[in-house]
Structure formats: C-alpha cells, structure tokens
Design a protein around this ligand. Structure first.
Ligand SMILES: CCCCC/C=C/CC(=O)SCCNC(=O)CCNC(=O)[C@H](O)C(C)(C)COP(=O)(O)OP(=O)(O)OC[C@H]1O[C@@H](n2cnc3c(N)ncnc32)[C@H](O)[C@@H]1OP(=O)(O)O
Length: 398
C-alpha cells in the first residue's frame, strides 16, 4: 500500500510537470509506426512551434501521450537512447527511458516530424472537443478512420473505411486504441464497436506490410508485433462492458478479438472468417486461447487452422456470437436492447466485468505476447510474403 501511495504521488507529480515542458513529458512508443509513415519533413521552426503548442494545450493529454511526446522529443534532439537504464524503483525515469529506447534507431528527422504531427493532432482534438455542446450526441472529429459518438450512455466506435471493407490500417490500429482509451474514461456505461457499410471489417489491411521503415523488413515485423500486442492488450484491459455489433462479414483480427468482447450481436448477413493458414499466418487476438475455450478445440481448429468461414448462425451455435438478428431489423433491435442495458448501474457492471476478467487477465496477456512474437516470425516467412503479394497484385482474394 505504501509503495502504491508513493507511486501515485510520483505519477501525479510527473503528470503536472509533463505539460510544462516537452523535456519533461512522457510517452508510449507504439504510435511510432503510424507516425513514421509521414512523407513530409518538419523544419526546425515547425518543431519549435510544436514545442510551444504543447505548453498551451487546454486539456492534459494523459500519461501515454506525454510519454510519446517525451520519447519523440528526445529522439529528435539527441538521437537514439544511449543513457544507462534507470533502476526498477525509479518508476518515472524508467518509463521515460523505456519509451525513448523503444524508438530504436528512428532517424532524428522522422522523430521530429512525428512529434510535430502528434502535437498537431492533439491541438486539433482539443479544439474540436472544446466545441462540443454538453449533453448533445457528441461526435469526436479527430479520427480519420473511425466515427466515435456518445449518446444515451453508450459510446459507439464505428470503423469507417467502407471503401476498403473497413480493413484496419496502421493508423486505424492507433485510432482504435485511442478511442478505446477515451471510452474507458468517459461517462458512458457501455462501449460498442461496429462497422460502417456492408462489412464489419476485413481484418488487417494487407497493405500495412508495404510500408517498410529504414530498418528493413525485420524492423517492420518487430514494430508490427509491438503494435499488435498493444492493440490486443487494450481489449484485454478494457474496463467496461464491450459489445460488438457485427453488421456484416468479419475477417481476421476483427474476428479473433471478438473472444475478448463481453457480448457479440450479429446480423444474419455477418460471416466469421479467420483464413490464417491461407495467408501463411497464425492466430492473434488471444484466439489460440479463447476460441478453444469458447467452442472446444475441434471447432476452433476448423476456424483457426483450416480457415472455415462460419455463418452468423454457426458462430452463435458455437458460442462466439451472443445472438443473431435478421438484417432488416438488426439495428433497431440491437440498439433498443443496448439502450436498456446502458441504464443499468454502471459501477456494478464495471465491477462485474472486472471480477469475470481478472481471473484470466494475466493468462490473456501472456497468450497475447506469445501470439505476437510467433507472428513476428510468420510475417517474414515465404508463405506469408507470397500470400500478401498475391492479394496486393490482385491475383488472390479470400
Ligand atoms: C500489422 C499488425 C497487426 C496484424 C494483425 C494480423 C491480422 C491478420 C488478419 O487480419 S488476416 C485477414 C486479412 N484480410 C484479408 O485477407 C482480406 C482481404 N480482402 C479480401 O479478400 C476481399 O477484399 C474481401 C473478401 C474482404 C471483399 O471482397 P469484395 O470483392 O467484396 O471487395 P473488394 O475486394 O473489391 O474490396 C474493396 C477494396 O477494398 C480492398 N480491401 C479489402 N480488404 C482489404 C484488406 N484486408 N487489406 C487491404 N485492402 C483490402 C480491396 O483490395 C479493394 O480495393 P480496390 O478497390 O483497390 O481493388
């Protein structure tokens, strides 16, 4: 308890100092991938102006963003981290060191650009959130690939790349993590994930693997594994009831993470497909653990190893889906039900979820780490590279 108290005090002090100066802010490394894709290069002037804007932010951006800012600032001004690693009890400096060190050999110019991009997204989001009318159906504008709204005690995170069948790009992974983190802290009681258009989601955007960083394909695989682990970890740790409203076909990672949701409602148009072997891949999203548990090992094998596509009815019979609705009445029926659930006492729902999840959390994180590390190897395999190239050169489709 005493340790927790000290850590809490340190964290509060750390937060206060973090907005004062970019030198004192702290950040998570995982946005590196998305941010490093920017083609433009920021000038020293842009960088200095971004540093000033950080001090003027109206809203505290939170520890994770501060860690990210810190790491990018250090990388941009001093290059790769070569400081000695602080001791385990030096919580603050260790978190900062970890964040900086995780940027590896990211070039100074890229870090500078990423810092400028991040500050500009923070400025935009703080401006748009300050324009929100209290009590209204609030739509946060800061996401490029999501539409996030809060109404009737429900925060809805909608995948919004319908022309790509809602495939999850690198940027979209980051946006989903940000949206979930915001939803975990907002005043809604239930969080819903759904898709815009005819698909729920076609899984990982296969073009993600074409954006190769200066460190080459090995570096790309390493960064992707870190991002995947962070992404799935956000679902494992999500504290409120999390519901998937599966409006159409779901593929790959959008199916596997359903095992981490608290309820899954599906239109009878939805299908559930995890074609990992076809793509030279292996399961992620903790499905190697959750699917055998949900549906038994034999049915899980058919899905995860043989790539059998399930109808909504089959997925429901196997326990992956909670209930199936006719497509014609799907939205009406599901939202009526969710609105009723959202009026239940929020603390009770959170605590019940924690009690259910806590028995497994450690195991889920261990499975997630293992799956991510196996995939890091798979992405470099001929089987995976050939399958991805075939899709991208339009020779193959599921
Ligand atoms: C990076 C770290 C994390 C990694 C985590 C790993 C996750 C594993 C997975 O998720 S595996 C699953 C990957 N997904 C796929 O293999 C699906 C590929 N897509 C298809 O096979 C088909 O597009 C389809 C069956 C989903 C839909 O076919 P349909 O004929 O109805 O539609 P189109 O093919 O014309 O699609 C419209 C355009 O959207 C593009 N697109 C669709 N899905 C993806 C995708 N997953 N990645 C990239 N692009 C996608 C498609 O190419 C079309 O583009 P075009 O208009 O330019 O041709």
């Amino acid at each position: 308890i005493a340790m927790a108290g000290v850590a809490g005090r340190l964290a509060r002090r750390w937060c206060r100092s973090a907005v004062r100066s970019p030198l004192q802010v702290i950040s998570f490394p995982s946005l590196q991938l998305h941010l490093s894709g920017t083609a433009m290069r920021a000038s020293q002037e842009d960088f200095e102006s971004a540093m000033n804007q950080v001090k003027l932010l109206k809203k505290d951006p939170g520890n994770e963003v501060k860690l990210r800012l810190y790491a990018l600032y250090k990388q941009a001004t001093e290059g790769p981290c070569n400081m000695p690693k602080p001791g385990v009890f030096d919580f603050i400096n260790k978190a900062k060191w970890d964040a900086w060190n995780a940027l590896g050999s990211l070039p100074k110019e890229t870090a500078r650009q990423n810092y400028v991009d991040l500050v500009s997204s923070l400025t935009a989001s703080s401006e748009s959130s300050s324009q929100v009318k209290p009590g209204a159906d609030r739509e946060q504008q800061e996401y490029e690939n999501l539409v996030v709204t809060s109404e009737d005690g429900i925060t809805k995170i909608m995948f919004n790349r319908p022309t790509r069948k809602n495939a999850i790009s690198t940027q979209m992974y980051q946006e989903i993590m940000l949206a979930l983190k915001a939803a975990s802290k907002d005043d809604s009681t239930i969080t819903v994930v759904t898709g815009n258009g005819d698909y729920y989601c076609s899984g990982n955007d296969l073009a993600n693997f074409t954006d190769i960083p200066p460190g080459g394909v090995e570096e790309k695989a390493k960064q992707s594994a870190i991002m995947l682990r962070d992404f799935v970890g956000t679902f494992i740790d999500f504290p409120k009831p999390l519901v998937a409203v599966v409006n159409g076909p779901a593929v790959g990672i959008s199916v596997t993470i359903l095992g981490l949701f608290d309820a899954v409602y599906a239109s009878d148009r939805a299908t559930f497909h995890t074609p990992f072997s076809h793509l030279g891949l292996s399961p992620e999203g903790c499905a190697s653990y959750t699917f055998p548990k949900i549906m038994g090992p034999a049915k899980a094998t058919e899905m995860l190893i043989f790539g059998k596509k399930l109808t909504a009815g089959e997925a429901c019979a196997q326990g992956l889906v909670t209930e199936v609705f006719p497509d014609s009445t799907f939205q009406k029926e599901v939202w009526t039900r969710l609105k009723a659930y959202s009026k239940l006492p929020p603390n009770s729902m959170r605590i019940s979820k924690q009690v259910i999840r806590n028995t497994e959390k450690e195991k889920l994180h261990a499975v997630n780490a293992e799956e991510s590390s196996v995939l890091q190897e798979r992405w470099l395999s001929d089987e995976c590279i050939n399958a991805t190239m075939n899709f991208l050169s339009k020779k193959a489709k599921l």
